[in-house]
Design a protein around this ligand. Structure first.
Ligand code: G3H
Ligand code: 13P
Ligand code: ZN
Length: 305
């Protein structure tokens, strides 16, 4: 089996940024940030991103990206909801897959995750699973805030032992999407620490970790896009999490915001331009800058060896 990127992250106390893409431009921007910071990186696709790109196109894009990329890159299925979707992701070339059975009853989550682990491991592919729920929008699943719950550390240990997963996504207060916190942003580091004690060899994963920078929200408003009231996870919380056993930090919303700012800013400055390469180039540069800052924050810079 190919070396698992999260193994080195766990050993050396940093987190690998896992960034979502649904087109070539975003993937190239992510790769550029990893090369700039000499960082390992995970490029991940949701089920809907895979259908948006198309499986055959994606397969070739992954082959080309692996050839081009000068740092360790891993392709990952984000929030796979069935064994079929896992099979499809392995077929397009993913090195690891997430099976997200977090909405299922505990025993059902164990049973299906175990079947995914058996299937994936036989093919040299690593598996991430999720226990506990994040409120917000997860790839076509809207988790009601009242139904969201933190990961129970005792259940986490039982889950990992019974399924044999390689990493576990836990719920400690983050949320998918742009609107994560009404009031002060807080993460339950006490729960994280209990899980770490019970599962010292398991890399943990933080979903819903976009920062949703206040200045970016203001900039978007100036450019005509209103996401007032959006609030993400503060940088200091992410830096702290990455020094603990959080070894993979997921981000999608921040990249969407960065791309949009770059495109709209370019159009505002050059309102006679109709060449999409020009505004996409500025959007891509915004993503690269954003992801490179995150790699520095998560401590993965200069860890590409
Ligand atoms: O966690 C979910 C990701 O942000 C994927 O979203 O299904 O719109 O690609 P998507
Ligand atoms: P954000 O919505 O915070 O970017 O989270 C994305 C994510 O967790 C993808 O799995
Ligand atoms: Zn997620």
């Amino acid at each position: 089996m190919k070396e698992y990127l999260l193994k080195d992250a766990l050993k050396n106390g940093y987190a690998v940024g896992a960034f979502n893409f649904a087109n070539l431009e975003v993937l190239k921007s992510i790769i550029a940030s990893a090369e700039l910071t000499k960082s390992p990186v995970i490029a991940q696709m949701s089920e809907s991103a895979i259908s948006f790109i198309g499986e055959e196109y994606l397969k070739q894009i992954i082959i080309a990206a692996r050839k081009q990329c000068k740092v360790p890159i891993s392709f990952h299925l984000d929030h796979g909801k069935s064994l079929d979707s896992v099979k499809k992701a392995i077929e397009v070339g993913c090195d690891s897959v997430m099976f997200d059975g977090s909405m299922l009853p505990f025993e059902d989550n164990i049973a299906i995750t175990k079947s995914v682990v058996d299937y994936a491991h036989e093919r040299g592919v690593y598996v991430e699973a999720e226990l506990g729920s994040l409120a917000g929008i997860e790839d076509d699943v809207n988790v009601d805030e009242s139904k969201s719950f933190y990961t129970d550390p005792i259940q986490a240990k039982e889950f990992v032992e019974k399924t044999g997963v390689d990493s576990l996504a836990i719920a400690i207060g983050t949320k998918h999407g742009a609107y994560k916190f009404g009031g002060e942003a807080k993460l339950r580091f006490d729960i994280l620490e209990e899980i770490e004690k019970l599962l010292p060899n398991t890399p943990l994963v933080l979903h819903g970790a976009s920062g949703v920078d206040e200045k970016a929200v203001d900039k978007l408003l100036e450019l005509g896009v209103n996401i007032k009231g959006a609030k993400g996870v503060a940088d200091n919380l992410l830096a702290e999490a990455s020094k603990k056993h959080i070894c993979k930090i997921n981000g999608d919303t921040d990249l969407r915001i960065a791309l949009l700012i770059g495109i709209l800013h370019n159009i505002e400055e050059n309102n006679k331009n109709i060449d999409y390469r020009k505004y996409l180039t500025e959007g891509m540069a915004e993503i690269t800058k954003l992801c490179a800052n995150k790699m520095n924050l998560y401590g993965s810079s200069n860890k590409a060896n």
